[in-house]
Ligand binder design. Sequence first.
Ligand code: PEP
Length: 232
Amino acid sequence: MKVIAGNFKSNLTRKASIDYLNALNSKLDSVFDSRICNDKDIYIFPSNTSLVQNNYKYITLGAQNCNDSKSGAFTGETSLLHLEEFDIKTILIGHSERRNLFFENDDICARKFDYFKSKNFKIFYCIGESLEVRTSKKYLDFLESQLKVIDVDYKNLIIAYEPIWAIGTGLNATLEQISECVSHLRDMSNAPIVYGGSVNENNSSDILKISDGVLVGSASLDINKFYQIIKE
Ligand code: PEP
């Protein structure tokens, strides 16, 4: 089973996201049918304002972020209530953009993890080192420290290894670099380990050979590229 996930970030309007989801679902339906799609878990994380009913045949919808609350006085936030409306049961936690731009440290990520674990969500928990940590050669310790705060035996966990220096930069980690980190993480947890960081239709098949899946940002915005990655 391979996990193929697309993160739209703050891109695509609600209409554009719905058009994309309908088009991708029918492409998969007409070309592959269930024979091929059955061995893939395909996820799309649209922006929260573009979430719709989670009832596509081949695609599972997830939230890029959510507050760890059912509802309440959290101005500007999305809460569990909003995800439940659409039957969304999958969430990204700890994406480097949340960590770096919105100051979500390990404590906040762990709190969110515990909350959504208690709701039985599938959790893509993102970890990854900065260029500075990579250069210091302490990256394996760093990844361990990021995982230490969560229950790595949680049955609905997917670990997304995304070196920050490779996200949105076009700089892909080498297969050796990815392999080293994936094997290290496999020693720590039985959860599937997916890789993210400038994955595209040209490098995905090699990366899929050494990981349990891919988390795709920019290339997922282009339906043809994302479809190509699924086919790979
Ligand atoms: C991401 O945002 O998770 C990501 C991997 O982005 P990109 O593919 O654009 O590097």
